[in-house]
Design a protein around this ligand. Structure first.
Ligand code: PRX
Length: 680
C-alpha cells in the first residue's frame, strides 16, 4: 500500500467507507466533463425508457434496430417460447458490415476505428498502429478471403488463440463477415483447454501467433497449439489448418500442409469480400465459460439480437457519441466476453475509436495504463476491480505522474467492487467527477444487464444500481420463485427475454435448459445472489453455485478439482473460494494424497504444492492456480459422503470460530486436523 492508502487515518476512512455504503453520488452535468450531451440525462428519463422497453418491446427494439443496417427487415421483433427467444425474426444482416462498411458508406472511411499499442517499448517508444474504418475493412476482407481460400465456410467453427494484437480483432470480424462462427480461446489458457474446446465445437481451423508478449516474456502460443493438435491427432480429430501470425519471431515448429503464415495467405488475397447476409438467428460466436460441473460450456450468441444489444448498451452505458473526440479503452482481453462485446462488437458500430493494448498494466512500469490514457487522450476507461486494487497497491505516485484530465466516464466489470476501491477510482482516476458505471452482466447475457447510466443514475459505491433499459430483473426466493421484499437477499432472475441473451449451449440442449431456465416461469437464472435496497438498487451478493470469480474470471471449482486429481499424487481434492486482497476472491484447495506421497510430506510439502500449481496451470491455465493448498488426511463429509464445502470455506477464510452446524460430520477429528494443516 502507498502512504496515501495505508496511513491510520486513511485506514479509518476505509473502514468508514465500508460501513457508510449509503453515500450517493449524483450525476454531473455533461458540460462539466466536456461532453456534448448525455443520451439519457435524468433518472426520470431512464425510468420512462425502462418502462417503455418492458411494456412495448416490439416498438422499442424496432426503433433501436432501425438505426443499424439490414439486408432484409424483420417480420417480427420477438418470438418467445421459454427458454427459446428469437429476435428480429426473418431479418438478414451482418455484424461486420455494421461495424465497418456502414461507417465507410457513411463517409467516415478515413476516421479512426482502432488504435493499438504493443507492450514492448523499443528504444523507450511505444509501438502504435492506427486503423481507419477503410483500412480495417480492407484487412478484414483480405483475411476473410484467406479463410475462405483455406476452406472455411459459413457455419464452420474457427478457433482463435491469440494475444491482444490488431489481427485478433481482424480475425473475429473476418469470421463474422463470412458467417464462420468464432470460438476465441483466451491466450492464457493451456493447450489442454484448446483441445477441450476444439473437440466440443468440432473446429478444424485454428488461428494463432508464434508468441504473445506478456511482461516482456513470450507466451508460446504456437507451441501450445502444436501440442493441442498432437493430442487431437492421437484421438483422430485432426485440425486441418493452422494460421500463424508472426509477432515475437520466436522459433516454432512447422507442419507443412497444415500451417500457414498469416502474411503469406493475406497478401495474396483480395480486399473485396462482400459481407455474407446472415439470418438473424445464425450463430455469431461460441465462447466457453465455466459452470458448476467440470466441463466448460460453449455459450452460443447469434447475429441480430447480440448486435443490437451490444450496440445499444455500449452507447447508452458509456454515452458514446461520434465526432466528439472520444477515445474509448476497455482493458479486458478479447478472449473474454467483455472484449468481444465492449472492445469490438458494441463499439465499432457506434463510430467511436476503440483502443487495444497488448500487454500487462505494469510493463515496463506500474504507470503504463496512465501513460496510455495521457498519450491517447482516453475519454472512456473500462476495467476490472482487481486491476483497480492493484493500482491502489502500486501507489498514487504512478497516477500523479500523468495528466488524466481527458477522462470522462469510468467503468468496472466482472466482479463486485468494494467501496474502498470504488472511492479510490472515483477520487484518483476520476478527479471526483467522472461517473463510474459498475456494470453487472455475464458471458451469457451478451451485454450490460444492471448498470448505472452516467448522466442519469446517482451511484452508490458497491452497487451496480438499476436494471438496464430492456431488462426485467427481480430478486426471488430460491424455492418459491416469489419476489422478495426490498432488503431481503435472494436469487437474482431476469424475467423477460432481452436481445443479447444466449441462445444455447453448444451441443447440450439439456444443460442449457437445466442451468438457466429450470423453473416453470421461464425466468433466466444467472446464478448470482442479490438484494434490492429501498431505492430499488441492486447489490450483488456473489455466486450461488460452485463457481469462483477470481479477478473477474469465472472458474468452476470442479474444473480445478478435476485438474488436481489428474495429478498422480492426488486422491481427492476440494476447492473453495477464499477472500483475497487483490483478486477479490482466491482459490483454496484441500487435497488428500496417495500413501507414498504422505510419507515424506513433511519435507516436500512446499515442492509438492508448487508441482500441483504447475499441473493446474498445464491443465487449465495460470489464472486457475490455487492461491492456497492444504494437505489433509481426509476431507470433511456428511454421512452421505458429500464434501462439506461450507466448513472448508470457513477454514480457507481463516475463521477461527467455526460456529456452523457440524453435527452431520462423519468424523470431528477431520475438522480439527484440517484447521491445523499448514497452507502451502
Ligand atoms: O458473479 C457475477 C460476476 O461475474 C459473473 C459473470 O462472469 P463472466 O461470465 O466471466 O463475465 C464477466 C464479465 C461480464 C457474474 O455471474 N460479475 C460480473 N460483473 C459484476 C459481477 N459481480 C458483481 N458486480 C459486477 N459488476
Amino acid at each position: 500500500m502507498t502512504p496515501d492508502t495505508n496511513s491510520p487515518n486513511q485506514q479509518n476512512q476505509n473502514i468508514e467507507s465500508f460501513l457508510r455504503e449509503d453515500r450517493v453520488f449524483p450525476p454531473v452535468e455533461a458540460k462539466e466533463l466536456g461532453i456534448p450531451k448525455w443520451h439519457v440525462g435524468s433518472l426520470e428519463e431512464y425510468r420512462t425508457m425502462h418502462a417503455r422497453s418492458l411494456e412495448d418491446p416490439d416498438g422499442f427494439w424496432s426503433e433501436i434496430a432501425s438505426e443499424l443496417d439490414w439486408m432484409r427487415p424483420w417480420d417480427r421483433v420477438l418470438e418467445w417460447k421459454a427458454p427459446d427467444a428469437r429476435w428480429f425474426v426473418g431479418a438478414r444482416t451482418n455484424v461486420c458490415f455494421n461495424a465497418l462498411d456502414r461507417q465507410v458508406r457513411g463517409g467516415h472511411g478515413a476516421d479512426t476505428a482502432l488504435v493499438w499499442e504493443g507492450e514492448p517499448m523499443p528504444n523507450g517508444k511505444p509501438e502504435v498502429r492506427r486503423y481507419t474504418y477503410q483500412e480495417l475493412l480492407d484487412e478484414v476482407s483480405r483475411f476473410a478471403n484467406a479463410l475462405r481460400n483455406l476452406g472455411a465456410k459459413k457455419g464452420d467453427v474457427v478457433t482463435i488463440y491469440m494475444g491482444m494484437v490488431p489481427e485478433l480483432a481482424i480475425a473475429l470480424l473476418a469470421c463474422a463477415r463470412i458467417g464462420a462462427v468464432h470460438s476465441v480461446v483466451f491466450g492464457g489458457f493451456s493447450s489442454q483447454a484448446i483441445v477441450d474446446r476444439v473437440v466440443d465445437s468440432s473446429s478444424r481451423i485454428i488461428v494463432t501467433q508464434d508468441g504473445g508478449w506478456r511482461r516482456g516474456n513470450v507466451v508460446p502460443l504456437k507451441e501450445n497449439v502444436d501440442s493441442a493438435c498432437a493430442t487431437l491427432s492421437d484421438t483422430g480429430r485432426d485440425v486441418n489448418k493452422v494460421i500463424v501470425l508472426r509477432r515475437c519471431n520466436n522459433s516454432t515448429s512447422w507442419h507443412e500442409g497444415r500451417d500457414y503464415y498469416w502474411r503469406d495467405i493475406v497478401d495474396v488475397s483480395s480486399s473485396h469480400c462482400p459481407a455474407e447476409p446472415m439470418e438473424a438467428e445464425d450463430p455469431l460466436f461460441l465462447l466457453y465459460t465455466s459452470g458448476s460441473t467440470g466441463k466448460p460450456k460453449g455459450v452460443i450468441h447469434t447475429t441480430a439480437g447480440y448486435m443490437v444489444w451490444t450496440y445499444f448498451t455500449a452507447r447508452t452505458t458509456f454515452n458514446l457519441i461520434p465526432d466528439a473526440n472520444q477515445m474509448y479503452w476497455c482493458t479486458a482481453d478479447i478472449g473474454w466476453i467483455t472484449g468481444h462485446s465492449y472492445i469490438l462488437y458494441g463499439i465499432l458500430p457506434n463510430r467511436v475509436p476503440t483502443l487495444m493494448y497488448e500487454g500487462a498494466p505494469d510493463a515496463p512500469s506500474e504507470d503504463r495504463f496512465w501513460d496510455i490514457v495521457e498519450r491517447h487522450q482516453v475519454t472512456h476507461f473500462y476495467t476490472a476491480p482487481t486491476a483497480i486494487r492493484s493500482f491502489m497497491k502500486w501507489g498514487n505516485e504512478h497516477v500523479h505522474a500523468h495528466d488524466l484530465s481527458s477522462l470522462q466516464v469510468l467503468g468496472t466489470v466482472g466482479e463486485p467492487i468494494n467501496p474502498e476501491a470504488w472511492s479510490w477510482y472515483h477520487r484518483m482516476i476520476g478527479r471526483g467527477r467522472c461517473p463510474i458505471v459498475d456494470t453487472w452482466w455475464q458471458t451469457e447475457t451478451g451485454g450490460h444487464m444492471i448498470t448505472p447510466l452516467p448522466g442519469a443514475t446517482p451511484t452508490k459505491p458497491g452497487s451496480c444500481t438499476l436494471p438496464m433499459i430492456g431488462v426485467h430483473a427481480a430478486v426471488v426466493d430460491a424455492t418459491t420463485l416469489e419476489d422478495l421484499p426490498k432488503g431481503t437477499g435472494g436469487l437474482l432472475v431476469i424475467k423477460k427475454p432481452w436481445p443479447g441473451m444466449l441462445r444455447g449451449v453448444q451441443g447440450d440442449r439439456d444443460r442449457f435448459v437445466r442451468t438457466y431456465f429450470d423453473n416453470p416461469h421461464g425466468y433466466y437464472v444467472p446464478g448470482d445472489g442479490a438484494r434490492f435496497d429501498e431505492d430499488g438498487y441492486v447489490w450483488i451478493m456473489g455466486r450461488v453455485d460452485d463457481v469462483i470469480n477470481v479477478s473477474g474470471h469465472r472458474i468452476g471449482t470442479m474444473e480445478v478439482e478435476s485438474a488436481l486429481v489428474s495429478h498422480p499424487a492426488v486422491v481427492e481434492a476440494a476447492v473453495v473460494a477464499m477472500p483475497h486482497e487483490i483478486k477479490g476472491t482466491g482459490i483454496s484447495a484441500f487435497v488428500t494424497l496417495e500413501p507414498e506421497y504422505v510419507e515424506n510430506l513433511g519435507m516436500n510439502a512446499k515442492s509438492l504444492g508448487a508441482a500441483l500449481r504447475q499441473h493446474v496451470r498445464g491443465e487449465i491455465g495460470s489464472f486457475a492456480k490455487p492461491d492456497a493448498i492444504r494437505f489433509a488426511e481426509s476431507l470433511p463429509k456428511t454421512r452421505s459422503g458429500k464434501i462439506m464445502r461450507r466448513l472448508l470455506r470457513d477454514i480457507a477464510a481463516g475463521n477461527q470460530d467455526i460456529s456452523q452446524d457440524t453435527t452431520t460430520l462423519e468424523d470431528y477429528r477431520v475438522l480439527a486436523k484440517l484447521r491445523e494443516a499448514e497452507e502451502v
